[in-house]
Design a protein around this ligand. Structure first.
Ligand code: SF4
Length: 434
């Protein structure tokens, strides 16, 4: 241990990459460490935690590299801390992590619930697969409804990493939701790697809408947000529930990936562009202001200019409020590597830029439609340079407003006054708290 380095026993820190499922997993691990007396050490507190958990993501090769670079950085900063690595990248590149001198233990995803035992804070295996949860902030709490995926999209590594879809029974989920409510969390985000498949593997079989109804029945003030959901999950019963229930946030993220049937087939997506179009149109009509995001992969092998134009045209027609646009890159271990990556990098860049511009235009149109009215906003932090509070509206738009710290971690009515940083990644609303 270096002279100045102070280690507090049973202290920990978590660093999480990737999607909301990983964040939900991190919350479980934090909860299980706290349940045996562990406590978290803030990143810039000047003391070194006894254990550092790095929860990795492997969605791209860049994500793998970022995780390894963070591990090296953390090890330089806290040479006496034990670094434990887990998450998707560990499944994919276990050896690389095992060979890193900075890494104390590699923990497979399926062993995450035994973390207290693995780090030596508990002698016996943790009996409860869903340990007591807690979160230092009382804003959003992520709850994982299922893990894994049976879809095997040709570009995606996830089914090989997390296995087949496995739903968590309501008997385990309801106490967690109850716990979040009792802790005063303003919003509960239901997550999963293929959340629309929730309950298909349970006996008796359930649907996502059944789980949502069960959560809603627990508390009249509960607020639910549904995280990224595949098109197959946008079912008539779900749309009907969203239409009736304003305790479900009017915000959906439904990956489209392409508007060309030829490319969708090559991606092994099991829907046609026309059915995606229909579902999204219905969903958008279910509420008066709906935040609607999507993921699009550009330059997938075999994507002709005409295929791309079909994607562009569908995006133009649908009421998206933002897009995440990714240029295709080969991911070892996935089916799509069998196709020749035949769209030139410059052409991919051109297509990406076109869709990102379109996304900015759509975002601006949506934000303009919100101006002059009041909407619900949850403020989470304060920005240093201008001192404004920053939060998200019910539709997931970024909102800034003047106000004191007491306004944080509460849902407030905010009048939307203007748009700032138009046509940039940091476009947001300026509001006035009512
Ligand atoms: S639906 Fe497709 S993209 Fe989504 S996790 Fe499953 S395989 Fe991956």
């Amino acid at each position: 241990m270096s002279k100045q380095e102070q280690i507090l026993p049973k202290s920990f820190q978590t660093h999480t990459f990737g999607c909301k499922v990983n964040y939900a997993d991190s919350m479980h691990m934090e909860g299980s460490l706290r349940s045996v007396g562990g406590y978290d050490v803030p990143v810039d507190s000047g003391v070194s935690p006894e254990t550092i958990v790095v929860n990795t993501c492997t969605v791209t090769q860049a994500a793998d590299r970022q995780a390894r670079s963070l591990i090296r950085k953390l090890s330089r900063k806290h040479p006496s801390s034990k670094i434990v690595v887990t998450g998707c990248s560990v499944v994919h590149e276990a050896e690389k992590y095992q060979n890193m001198t900075q890494v104390h233990r590699v923990v497979p995803i399926v062993k995450q619930s035994s973390l207290p035992q693995i780090v030596g804070w508990e002698d016996v295996e943790h009996q409860n697969p869903m340990p007591v949860l807690a979160d230092s902030k009382r804003t959003r709490a992520n709850i994982k409804l299922q893990d894994g995926c049976n879809a095997y999209c040709s570009f995606c590594i996830l089914p090989y990493i997390r296995g087949r879809s496995k739903s968590i029974p309501l008997s385990e989920l309801l106490p967690q939701v109850q716990h979040f409510i009792s802790q005063g969390h303003v919003e509960i985000v239901t997550t999963g790697t293929h959340i629309g498949a929730y309950g298909r593997d349970l006996d008796p079989r359930l649907r996502l809408s059944d789980a949502l109804k069960a959560f809603l029945s627990l508390d009249k003030d509960i607020r639910l947000r549904i995280s990224s959901i595949e098109p197959s999950g946008i079912t008539p019963d779900l749309v009907a529930l969203v239409q009736q229930e304003d305790r479900i946030r009017p915000h959906f993220h439904v990956p489209m990936q392409s508007g060309s049937d030829f490319i969708l087939k090559r991606m092994n997506r099991k829907y046609k562009a026309s059915s995606y179009h229909q579902k999204i149109s219905r969903l958008a009509r279910s509420r008066s202001f709906m935040g609607l995001g999507s993921d699009v992969i550009v330059g997938f092998p075999g994507e002709s200019v005409d295929d791309f134009e079909q994607t562009r045209s569908m995006i133009e027609q649908l009421p998206f409020t933002y897009l995440h646009v990714f240029p295709y890159s080969e991911r070892p271990g996935t089916k799509s590597v069998q196709f020749k990556d035949d769209v030139a990098p410059q052409e991919k860049k051109r297509r990406v830029n076109i869709l990102r511009d379109l996304s900015a235009q759509k975002q601006k149109v949506f934000l303009q439609s919100l101006l002059g009215r009041s909407h619900k906003v949850l403020f989470e932090k304060r920005k240093d340079h201008d001192g404004l509070l920053i939060g998200r509206s019910e539709h997931y738009a970024v909102v800034k407003a003047k106000g004191n710290d007491r306004l944080m971690e509460r849902e407030l009515e905010v009048k939307f006054v203007s748009i700032q940083n138009e046509a940039s990644d940091s476009m947001h609303i300026i509001g006035e708290v009512l």
